[in-house]
Design a protein. Structure first.
Length: 161
């Protein structure tokens, strides 16, 4: 159990349908976990300790850090990163809660396509322009990060490699 983190969105988001759930940051975190992860810990929950909202979570294998000490070869790094990418993609697939009562799952959209469609209805051109702009900015950031990584890699500035 640990103090729940305050959501940045809760400071600016004004949606009466979900504001009620922002009052307890542990509940918000639990709902987000069920909405965004295919596998959630069996004992994931929330509580209040005195006046402090808390998140209750089980210790799971994916909560541990990876021991990189034996991963020294570049090919090993590539292989591990591929496995980590697959594991992350699997864990971020939409979850269908089972045997969980008392949580207000009705606020979690289950049909992503309809949710997006409803949100942009009548603003298709603006949405497309936003996606293009995001893609261009993100692509430039990735290229910049890639250059920095390989410059550091080639100049032996990454300890342990």
């Amino acid at each position: 159990m640990k103090p729940a983190q305050k959501s940045a969105v809760s400071y600016v988001g004004r949606n009466p349908a979900v504001e009620e759930y922002f009052k307890h940051d542990g509940l918000r975190t639990v709902l987000c976990s069920y909405a965004m992860q295919a596998s959630t810990p069996k004992w994931l929950g929330y509580a209040t300790l005195g006046t402090i909202p808390c998140l209750v979570d089980a210790v799971t294998a994916h909560a541990e850090d990876l021991d990189w000490s034996d991963i020294n070869d570049f090919q090993d790094v590539v292989e591990v990163v591929q496995y980590l990418g697959r594991a992350m993609a699997d864990s971020d697939c939409l979850n269908t809660p089972k045997d969980v009562t008392g949580l207000p799952f009705s606020i979690i959209p289950r049909d992503t396509e309809h949710t997006i469609r409803d949100a942009i209805r009548g603003q298709d051109d603006a949405f497309i322009q936003d996606m293009l702009e995001f893609g261009m900015i993100y692509g430039e950031q990735v290229r910049h990060d890639h250059r920095l990584f390989f410059e550091a890699f080639r100049n032996n500035r990454i300890q342990g490699l």
